[in-house]
Design a protein around this ligand. Structure first.
Ligand SMILES: NC(=O)c1ccc[n+]([C@@H]2O[C@H](COP(=O)([O-])OP(=O)(O)OC[C@H]3O[C@@H](n4cnc5c(N)ncnc54)[C@H](O)[C@@H]3O)[C@@H](O)[C@H]2O)c1
Length: 366
């Protein structure tokens, strides 16, 4: 088991990062270290999602030593990143920060190349420089990636860790580039890295541009439910806490230089997923499911839309003893409950309130 003391989490104000920080500080007794959250607070980042963590573990808590530090900045900013390594004596990096939405990458790929490729390079190189004269046995750079780097599957087969990369959108190409850089830094410079490629996540705190929260909110507001193409594209879905428990397993026990696939073993056609979600939301929010189903509209398919993703995650199960805990039905219920209960969070995003909060608290740097 690795001892992880000063953990730099990048993108910790985004969907998966927020959940990761909550899990590590609130529900992981084995973790006794500090978290330094470096986030640029783009449209997808929301530091208000961590207000409770800030209060309990941040500098302002009155009960003990702070274990949570928020640093507003950009992973492409080399001198700022270097300052953080020194200031906190970083021994572990968990790299979530990314531009993450495929549709946005089609409309404007440049930001994806900057953050996902140049940002990852900047972090890797800063870690290499800071750790170069120290014992790397207690250091780790864990890179979070996606199954989309593998391309698209036909009706059968699964992505394994040895599947050749075949990215097909600017998003997946930028993530593939970052994966290659991570592995190159291991092979060339001996940087202690691990890498995980995960399927689609869902759960609390997800920005409502992604399929599940978008559909939940559109249903609640009586808006149309847009489905790409024929609705038969297949994705594997994993509850965000199961993804994060897998990340934690890799951080503790993963072999450096190795990559691990993470998935929910849970393939769904988009249209069938939507039908299940309509059933849950209608029941919980007392909507007429027939009327809600009537709001489905089929829209022009996304260019280059990959048909099917499916992950073989037997390696992480076998080698690290990881197991998914949340069934899809239970995870969807938890997710719907969360969106129903957290209207203030949703309103904050919709009104741009949290961006104003960034201006007030951090002066808009990033
Ligand atoms: N969401 C999924 O289903 C999924 C699946 C597999 C892998 N991933 C990967 O997991 C990671 C996190 O995904 P997510 O869904 O939480 O993304 P997200 O878009 O919700 O959050 C990304 C976070 O990164 C921050 N960020 C963006 N650019 C930055 C920069 N230049 N410097 C510093 N911070 C920056 C944003 O402010 C935001 O807080 C990404 O690397 C993504 O590729 C996501």
């Amino acid at each position: 088991m690795r001892t992880l003391s000063n953990v730099l989490v990048t993108g910790g104000a985004g969907f998966i990062g927020v959940n990761f920080i909550h899990t590590l500080l609130n529900r992981t007794p084995a973790f006794t270290g500090r978290i330094i959250n470096l986030d640029a607070l783009t449209y997808a980042g929301n530091a208000a999602s961590l207000a409770d963590i800030e209060k309990q573990f941040g500098n302002s808590n009155t009960t003990g030593t702070a274990r949570y530090f928020f640093e507003h900045g950009n992973i492409c900013d080399r001198s700022f990143v270097e300052t953080l390594f020194k200031k906190y004596d970083i021994d572990t990096v968990v790299h979530f920060a990314a531009e993450s939405h495929v549709d946005r990458s089609i409309l404007g790929p440049e930001a994806f190349i900057k953050t996902n490729v140049m940002g990852t390079f900047t972090l890797l190189d800063a870690a290499r420089a800071y750790w170069q004269n120290s014992n790397t046995a207690d250091k780790l750079f864990h890179h979070i990636s996606t199954d989309e780097v593998y391309g698209s599957l036909g009706e059968t087969g699964y992505f394994t860790e040895t599947t050749a990369y075949d990215p097909r959108s600017p998003y997946s190409a930028s993530k593939a580039s970052s994966d290659h850089l991570v592995m190159a830094y291991h092979h060339t410079y001996g940087l202690p890295v691990t890498l995980s490629n995960c399927s689609n996540n869902y759960g609390p705190f997800q920005f409502p541009e992604k399929l599940i929260p978008l559909m939940i909110l559109n249903m609640l507001e009586g808006k149309p439910l847009p489905v790409y193409g024929d609705g038969k594209n297949i994705r594997d879905w994993v509850y965000v806490e199961d993804h994060n428990s897998a990340v934690w397993a890799v951080m503790q026990k993963g072999v450096t230089g190795e990559k691990y696939n993470i998935g929910g073993e849970n393939e769904w056609e988009n249209i069938k997923l939507l039908d299940t979600l309509i059933g849950i939301v209608s029941e919980k929010a007392r909507l007429d499911p027939v009327k809600v189903r009537g709001a489905i509209i089929y829209v022009k398919d996304r260019p280059g839309h990959d048909r099917r993703y499916a992950i073989d995650c037997s390696k992480i199960k076998r080698e690290l003893g990881w197991q998914r805990e949340v069934s899809f039905e239970a995870g969807l219920e938890k997710t719907v409950d969360w969106y129903l209960a957290n209207t203030a969070w949703i309103d904050g995003i919709r009104s741009g309130e949290y961006q104003k909060w960034v201006e007030r608290n951090y002066g808009g740097r990033g």
